[in-house]
Design a protein around this ligand. Sequence first.
Ligand code: NG1
Ligand code: ZN
Length: 545
Amino acid sequence: MAEFQEVSKQSGVHPKPAGLVLQYGTAGFRTNAEQLGHIMFRMGLLATLRSKTTKATIGVMVTASHNPEEDNGVKLVDPMGEMVTPTWEVYATQLANAEQEDLLAALKDIIEKESINMSQEANVFVGKDTRSSSARLSQAVLDGVSALGGQSKDYGLVTTPQLHYMVCCQNTQGKYGEATAEGYYKKLCQAFIQLSKNASNCTDDQKHLSVDGANGIGALKVREMESHLKKELHITLFNDGSEGKLNHQCGADFVKVQQKPPAGMKINPGERCCSYDGDADRIVYYYSDSEGIFHLLDGDKVATLISTFLKELLTQAGLDLKIAVVQTAYANGSSTNYLENTMKVIVRCTKTGVKHLHHAAQEFDIGVYFEANGHGTVLFSKAAEEKVQQLAENSSLIDEKKRAALLLQNTINVINQTVGDAISDMLLIEAILAIKGMTIQQWDAIYTDLPNRQLKVKVSDRRVIDTTDAERRAVSPAGLQEAIDSLVKKYRQARSFVRPSGTEDVVRVYAEAETQDSADDLAHEVSLAVYHLAGGVGSEPKPLH
Ligand code: NG1
Ligand code: ZN
């Protein structure tokens, strides 16, 4: 067929190394950038098919998020800005792994299965992060789109959540906002400024925030946004990419996993600081106290702050909307306990990966979802948005109700509902702290985290570990869960689980307990159980102390 001639020709420019097999993991394909040329070209092809089938614009983001600079990756964005639907993840894996000579057959197979009308037009938005390989790889995506006759728009350097936002704006014919960087900054910053007007007596000191940009795209974009903030927020930017290496000893993942401040940042005692990850879809906060002790406020603390704020506003506005917080097994046990028993909100636990959280959050009027690592956002149902809107426009309301309705309305506008967004989350968090007149120490004191530890274990095939109950229990290999159960019993307030990573070739071990020493010991003992029962490779895991 003539329409595939260009695909055949172009695919020769982006050949697949024979035998290489990659999976569409927790967040798309991710590996060393050298191995990704053919993947990018093929994801350009797939996005074009997805666009034809949905009759909508599809997004393709080139990034490997918090992974090292040498890596890269790609993820597809569905019409409403959400992660691509699971059936198409399967197609993505099939297309990515088809040997060079089988590519056309794999493509035609998808076209047939989905009964795609190839004369339907296709539109694809492409974005990339600051990695040195991203320019070449995003060009390969664009080549894939044009090989199938699709139209593309190259947004160049954008954060992952900005690309999701553009896709949603485009497919809602501008109802969600204007599909430009300028439109994004205007929408978010206007809402932030409106929210900030409710903060009485906010001093310059309280308006100050230190941001670690992970030497990535978030740093560039926060700089671009600054003029729109009209001095309502004073940002000092560190790790802006001018010197340091992307994600190296900095960024949200480093801070969360290492539980220490990033390199390259000057931290004064008590000062509010935050870190983005390499593509700015995660954020964590922290501060150092007067004794120099580091305090981390992760995604669970963010979810608690935001859901408390929203719950108070709903009460003040007299709105009966169902609010829930969605977490994963990595959520600190103290946060779940506080949310369920003190705040009395509904809490749901899903598998790791934002698509699962996003999906669960959609079941409520207001779904606040955050992974402990700082990826998250708030979703408002259509009905909830309409109720808030009606109330905000009701001129006969008494002051308190009106104020609450307007705050809710601006919260809806400041939060990026398509996906977790470090910049948007930051603006909401800053506004809430200002409105509540709350310091970061007061926020931190809402509940006390249980000490915890995350470790990785190398095994020969991580797929031998199968889990159930939102990954909180292992059903295989035989004996592993029993071993974990008996180790957990040795410690107070303890919990532990293991699961195969969807982005790295490792098994992740999580443990929490009453003291840091117990959490460390438990994590180590569970690592040993994984090593011995699930085919560990290399040397045996060493104790942490
Ligand atoms: P994996 O590698 O599947 O654990 C990690 C994070 C996820 C998610 C993805 C995508 C942890 C424990 N896991 O997934 O939460 O953010 O990366 O970036 O943080
Ligand atoms: Zn990320």
